[in-house]
Ligand binder design. Structure first.
Ligand SMILES: [Cu+2]
Length: 141
């Protein structure tokens, strides 16, 4: 009787854990994986990766936190184009990431296809509330 009750509890806990693992909208860790600044120096960007950080080769979701380099105020209302690029091999990806603004300066890029191990870049183009570019290095170990 006691043993079967423990089994039920164990199954429930496994189910609870798997339901909190990241989907395409992502659960992102507290610590940034990489940081960078825009070409103008006006804005800084932190990135976080999901479903794992560091990322494994494959399709990721990436949280982009964009804030003012001086005041640290979050920057809202940006359009952001994300181009993954592997500079050592001179290739990008066949899949174009989609970017969704989440508020408070956070933007989530889904379908980021970092399909090989190695050093990648996220080449970012900012439009609407800004006119700027940034290149953020991202290592896929
Ligand atoms: Cu490559």
């Amino acid at each position: 009787m006691m043993r079967s009750l423990l089994a039920v509890v164990a199954i429930f806990m496994v189910g609870a854990c798997s339901s909190t693992s990241a989907g395409s909208t992502g659960n992102f860790p507290a610590d940034a994986y990489a940081t960078g600044a825009t070409d103008s120096g006006k804005y800084k960007i932190e990135i976080r990766t999901s479903p794992t950080q560091p990322p494994s080769p494959g399709t990721l979701s990436i949280d982009l936190a964009v804030f003012d380099a001086t005041t640290h105020a979050p920057i809202e209302g940006l359009g952001i184009d994300v181009v993954p690029w592997m500079p050592a091999m001179g290739h990008g990806t066949s899949v174009t990431p989609t970017v969704t603004e989440k508020g408070s300066g956070h933007y989530v890029a889904d379908d980021v296809s970092l399909f090989m191990q190695g050093d990648w870049q996220l080449r970012l183009t900012f439009t609407k509330a800004a006119d700027d570019h940034a290149t953020i290095p991202i290592d896929v170990p």
